[in-house]
Design a protein around this ligand. Sequence first.
Ligand code: PAF
Length: 281
Amino acid sequence: MQIIRSTAQMRAAVRVARDRGASVGLVPTMGAFHAGHLSLMRQARGETNLVVVSLFVNPTQFGPNEDLAAYPRDEQRDAGLAAEAGVDILFAPPVDQIYPDGFATTVHVSGITDVLCGATRPGHFDGVATVVAKLFGIVTPDVAYFGQKDAQQVLVVRRMARDLDMPVRIQACPIVREDDGLAMSSRNAYLDATARTRATALRRALVAAETALAAGHTRATEVIAAARAVLDDAGIEPEYLELRSPDDLAPLDEITGTALLAVAARVGAARLIDNTILEVR
Ligand code: PAF
């Protein structure tokens, strides 16, 4: 596996691969790899010829009081894991390669960024959309792989790619979980033992909602109450626990087809998110 730090070298490597007819898969990451990241890399390996993983802790998607400085970083470990997963290129640029002096552009996707994480993390999705647009411009992937845990991020990137005619397919990949159901996240590293146990309530809350729906409770108030009871039991006050359309994040009162139930909560030192798709057949 090659490690590339400059955008010029990254472009050159893609050009060489394209010249021999290779398709390009991109897995954008901020590092601190876990099994969720590795599943994206393996899917990219199975579907595309040149697999590029970007490793860039993007400063513009962190708010002023967020965890940019504390965000876990271990490039050597990440490089080893990416190589084992069959990645061809780890693109790990320094900040000035992505945001050179005079950088003055922000990509803003409106509407779907006003709710859920966008409501509590102002500017977050501008940072995400801008860096992903930049990565798409540098790597020119045919397919880009994102985890469904960040369901709103997937929708934002898809909308951006569609609106700006970016010739890339956005592939959402299933949430990967620990044995006890906790969704894999680099931020799980912030959990101490007590918080780690309490954190399992997020997944259990989503399962309670699934069970309520299976018992015929299709109203948002009913499924949300079922999930809320589990969080209450664990002493977790959600930042949000909302039922929304999985297509455009419009709020839903009733589940008639598919619905996204999304939750965010601070547990100990970590802000965690999780979600499930609820479906009435
Ligand atoms: O999901 C992430 O790790 C980041 O938001 C992303 C997509 C790599 C952009 O910095």
